[in-house]
Write a protein that binds this ligand. Structure first.
Ligand code: HAM
Length: 415
């Protein structure tokens, strides 16, 4: 038996788990300000929920899903992302009467990717989906949500926002035709990956990392030149909104995103501090998705943040572990029960404490002071028990005194 987590997965130990919780807490507090409610959808769905929606040529569907047959013969996929599951829930729960609908979720996603720092096969996302708002207001507010969230995490100055528009389906088709015509002229020099994409999803060639492809892309026709009036105006309204809110952004005409369901606005918040895994929040508009899945025509906008990556960026000193206030030391075996009772009562008063075990009183005291870094050590031996008093040492200033339980509770509750 292999005593290791499977490749691309990892154990999130207390220190990092605390960071994840902090990130979720900040996101959910922000969600409340923006009127979002939480959704918890299943971690696995029928395969088609993802395979029919994310695009056959997307990396996720073509090579990254964990798909399996369960014991009943159903073909299921571990969710590689959250949007398709939310769209499925929207249809199966009949949520169309509740539009507009603003939903937030947090949880693990699964992609069979080549693992490296910041890229895992099981990773944690926080995502939002805003359904039923056709107006550019949804895009502006959604991006502003992400911007405020990142700033509240103390990440200002550590990220930039890149934004682009893919236009509506009509504009995109016009562009696709121009793009394919151009790329066909350079077919002999395109990378193998891009040749496949030329057939299946030519837009993805725009963000190719291959040096030869990039050379060809220098003179590629611009998507912005194929936008119809509606798409152009829509994007202008989005960027005007961001400017009004003082949200800095750069236009990146090559930003197309890896999933097929997007139209109009697409964006990524990226950082230069995490090496090649630079996207920390990414998303866009997906007006056709729910209809494609068999639901009513419904506008959609959303994003997802990579929690593992955000945790890497956090200033860890801002979320230091809460210290234990009291270390309880029984000087004799006979006082153990009294000590346990004291611990019980302290915790009922919301005062954190730990029953210190191992070694003599001196050793326990050292442990309380240095390892656990308690503010107080309380020692109970036979004397203390018979006099119904506590010996309390303030481990920060070294002062020691005898006092009643009541007196000590008052002191400890002020820490
Ligand atoms: P995505 O760009 O595939 O979009 O993922 C969003 C974020 O999840 C990325 O920017 C990154 O921070 C994180 N992420 C993705 N893959 C990994 C990985 N293997 N390891 C660690 N972190 C990762 C979506 O998932 C869309 N559903 C976003 C969306 C919501 N669009 C509309 N609504």
């Amino acid at each position: 038996m292999k005593m290791q987590p499977p490749r691309g997965t990892r154990d999130i130990l207390p220190e990092e788990a605390r960071q994840h919780r902090h990130i979720e807490k900040v996101a959910f507090e922000k969600a409340q300000l923006f009127g979002y409610g939480e959704i918890r959808s299943p971690i696995f769905e029928f395969k088609d929920v993802f395979h029919r929606t994310l695009g056959d040529s997307s990396d996720i569907v073509s090579k990254e899903t964990y798909t399996f047959e369960d014991r009943g013969g159903e073909v299921l996929t571990l969710r590689p992302e959250g949007t398709a599951g939310v769209a499925r829930a929207f249809i199966s729960e009949g949520l169309a009467q509740h539009l507009p609908l603003k939903l937030i979720y947090a949880g693990p996603m699964f992609r069979y990717e080549r693992p490296q720092k910041g890229r895992y096969r099981q990773f944690q996302q926080i995502g939002i989906e805003c359904l039923g708002i056709e107006s550019h207001i949804a895009d502006i507010e959604g991006i502003s949500f992400a911007f405020q969230f990142l700033n509240d995490l103390g990440l200002d100055g550590k990220f930039t926002l890149e934004i682009n528009t893919l236009g509506d389906p009509e504009s995109r088709q016009i562009y696709k035709d121009k793009l394919v015509a151009y790329l066909n002229l350079h077919k002999d020099k395109l990378s193998a990956d891009s040749l496949v994409r030329l057939e299946k999803n030519p837009l993805r060639i725009l963000d190719s990392k291959d040096a030869g492809d990039r050379e060809i892309l220098k003179d590629v026709p611009k998507l912005s030149e194929s936008l119809n009036e509606y798409s152009q105006k829509f994007f202008e309204q989005v960027t005007a909104g961001l400017s009004k809110l003082n949200i800095p952004f750069t236009l990146n005409e090559k930003l197309v995103r890896g999933l097929d369901y997007y139209n109009h606005t697409v964006f990524e918040f990226t950082t230069t501090l995490l090496g090649s895994q630079s996207a920390i929040v990414a998303g866009g508009r997906y007006d056709g998705l729910i209809e494609l899945m068999g639901g009513p025509k419904t506008a959609g906008f959303g994003w997802a943040a990579g929690v593992d990556r955000l945790a890497e960026l956090l200033d860890k000193s801002l979320i230091a572990e809460a210290k234990t206030t009291v270390g309880i030391i029984s000087a004799d075996e006979s006082t153990e029960l009294t000590c346990i009772e004291l611990a019980h009562e302290l915790r009922l008063q919301n005062i954190s404490c730990e029953f210190i075990t191992g070694g003599n009183v001196g050793k326990k005291m050292k442990k309380a002071a240095e390892k656990i870094q308690c503010t107080f050590a309380v020692i109970i031996g036979e004397n203390e028990m018979s006099q119904n008093m506590l010996t309390v040492k303030n481990l920060k200033d070294g002062q020691q005194a005898s006092m009643s339980k009541q007196e000590f509770f008052e002191k400890a509750s002020k820490v």
